[in-house]
Write a protein of this length. Sequence first.
Length: 153
Amino acid sequence: MSLPRIVVAFLLCACSFAPEVRGSHVLTGSPGRPHPGAKIVMVGGAMPDHAEEVAIVQIRGIRGAALPEVIAGLQAEANELGCDAVVQVQVDQGLTMVSATGVCVRTTTPALAQTAPAAPATRAVVHTCVAAELPEWKTASAVEKKALVERCR
């Protein structure tokens, strides 16, 4: 094999292991015109008043994709569907994959479309607790870990 072929083969292999985010959705309502600004509301967060469900969205990050990339993927998918927020977002993290699933909604009143998602964005920060990332997780017993998981819910 010549040197240029080896270099090309190496680059193709390196590119195949790059982090990747893939999205999909199932429409449960009618999508609107694309626009930016969708908010993320974790499970347990306040849902905007007068919200109309548009789609169920799932984003998967593979080969080293991080949680922020997956959340950005949720926002991008919601923006494309013309939604104001993604609510009831659940995140699953494994060794090789991160996924997030949520319900895209659009507020039915223009005035609410500008003000309702602002409050859930503040709530989303509160509900991004990951028990295994807390400093006390490493030294906690099984009973203490269970309490940490409950604290993050």
